[in-house]
Design a protein. Structure first.
Length: 459
């Protein structure tokens, strides 16, 4: 046994995690298996016929797709480097909290269970955060988009077991290769993490469920032996500060036709932001960005859902594709509802929801505290996951105020607070993350969809 292997195994033992055996399979074996797959062979024939090219050229295209998609998991990289770096970075930027709403799934599921973690998507830091939180249980394989296919990110993510997908690429041959790879690792018990919304939330709200990868995963149940093994775990994520929040709001502006600042202006803002934070670090004024919170829900089996489909439509996989996808969409929506119910309520999101419930850009301190208290009581009655739900509400506001003041979202004015006009969009963004939990207050929180373009980064 080499020294690197011994170091990696010691790191794995200390983390008390486990690795799905198939993750250690050599990439060459996975490649060989996919190249011998009959479904891919049929897709190659169809692609060659449709595009009037020879099959040898099409197979080379398949080989390129396999090389692009398939990772090469490295125990040393994941547990000795990735886990250590993620711990340092996360605890540098945030106070991390994790809650298991139904208890840890480790040891409570069948030994042969195939576990799929389905999550909401707030930040690119979600990959690191959830992987860190679950590191004591299992090494999760993620589907990662095109943004990570740059050096050295591509090498890093592949060594962590992430596989790459082209989110808006419609070629049937590519999707057949991706589908068969996902089903190969699923049928061999690899634990996967999928962001159910398919992308980051631009406005802070939960998005609609996307079903492409989930449909591929469900597809392994064409073999009845896998039905009882599939289990889903909903995971909910929230932050006191999403690192990309202003960039996401700019993207929302662009989608709605509003002009974005020129690239040189954005680059200058990034430099100012980096310089300002470097100065805070050097002068000892650095403070963390509040809470990064994860709630891991209770695992539930998919076997009852498959039984329901059998009773309703017979063989789910004999349906036309559009009808099957409609059924899978219903499953995705059910899981998204469970995620929505688990969203952790951080101090900033609670304060912003209270602010957003008032008309006008000035709020007295007393009224703001009272509204936060009323909202927290409603959240507690609805069994929402409120961070520090038993502490004084003034303490919760103080934690939020430190962040809102630092970012110049709120400024003190007399006996209350004024919202700086350029930052109203951020208030709405954080309020939206929990507005669906607020019962009688949900309608009272104003939705500001016509958000002005943002031109300033955080101070």
């Amino acid at each position: 046994m080499s020294w690197s292997t011994r170091i990696a195994l010691r790191a794995l033992h200390r983390s008390r995690g486990r690795i799905d055996r198939f993750k250690l399979t050599k990439k060459a074996f996975v490649r060989k298996t996919l190249l011998a797959d009959e479904a891919i062979a049929l897709a190659v024939k169809e692609h060659a016929r449709e595009h009037a090219i020879d099959e040898a050229t099409t197979w080379r295209r398949v080989e390129d797709y396999i090389d692009e998609i398939v990772p090469f998991f490295n125990i040393l990289a994941y547990y000795k480097i990735g886990l250590v770096v993620s711990r340092l970075l996360l605890n540098f930027f945030y106070k991390v909290s994790a809650e298991y709403a139904g208890g840890s799934s480790q040891g409570t599921l069948p030994r042969d269970a195939i576990v799929i973690y389905l999550m909401n998507h707030r930040s690119n830091a979600d990959y690191v955060l959830v992987g860190y939180v679950l590191s004591g249980q299992v090494a999760v394989s993620y589907a990662v988009g095109e943004w990570a296919r740059t050096f050295p990110l591509e090498y890093i993510f592949k060594s962590f077991g992430a596989y790459f997908i082209r989110r808006k690429y419609r070629e049937p041959l590519y999707h057949k290769v991706l589908e068969r790879y996902v089903q190969l690792i699923t049928s061999n018990g690899v634990t996967q993490g999928i962001f159910l919304e398919g992308g980051l939330s631009r406005d802070g709200k939960l998005g609609n469920a996307k079903i492409g990868l989930l449909d591929y995963l469900v597809g392994v149940a064409r073999d009845p032996a896998f039905r009882a093994r599939l289990h889903v775990v909903p995971v909910a994520i929230n932050y006191d500060r999403v690192l990309e929040d202003r960039s996401l709001l700019r993207e929302l502006d662009a989608r709605e036709g509003r002009k974005r600042p020129p690239l040189h202006s954005q680059f200058a803002e990034v430099l100012r932001y980096v310089g300002w934070n470097a100065a805070r670090l050097i002068t000892g004024k650095w403070k963390r960005y509040g809470r990064a919170a994860v709630v891991v829900g209770e695992a539930f089996p998919l076997a009852p859902w498959f039984d329901d489909q059998d009773r309703a439509v017979g063989d789910l996989f004999a349906l036309p594709r559009a009808d099957r996808l409609a059924r899978v969409q219903q499953l995705a929506d059910i899981v998204l509802e469970r995620i929505a119910a688990l969203i952790p309520v951080t101090s900033v999101s609670l304060a912003c929801a209270a602010i957003q419930s008032f008309d006008g850009d000035f709020i007295s301190h007393q009224k703001l505290i009272e509204r936060m208290s009323e909202m927290r009581d409603v959240l507690k009655d609805l069994n929402a996951r409120v961070i520090r739900h038993d502490g004084p509400i003034e303490e919760t506001f103080d934690r939020a105020w430190r962040m809102l003041r630092m970012r110049r979202i709120l400024v003190r004015s007399g006996d209350g607070y004024a919202i700086l006009p350029g930052n109203r969009a951020l208030v709405s963004y954080y309020a939206n993350s929990i507005s669906h939990l607020l019962g009688p207050f949900a309608e009272g929180i104003r939705e500001r969809d016509a958000l002005p373009a943002l031109s300033l980064l955080d101070r």
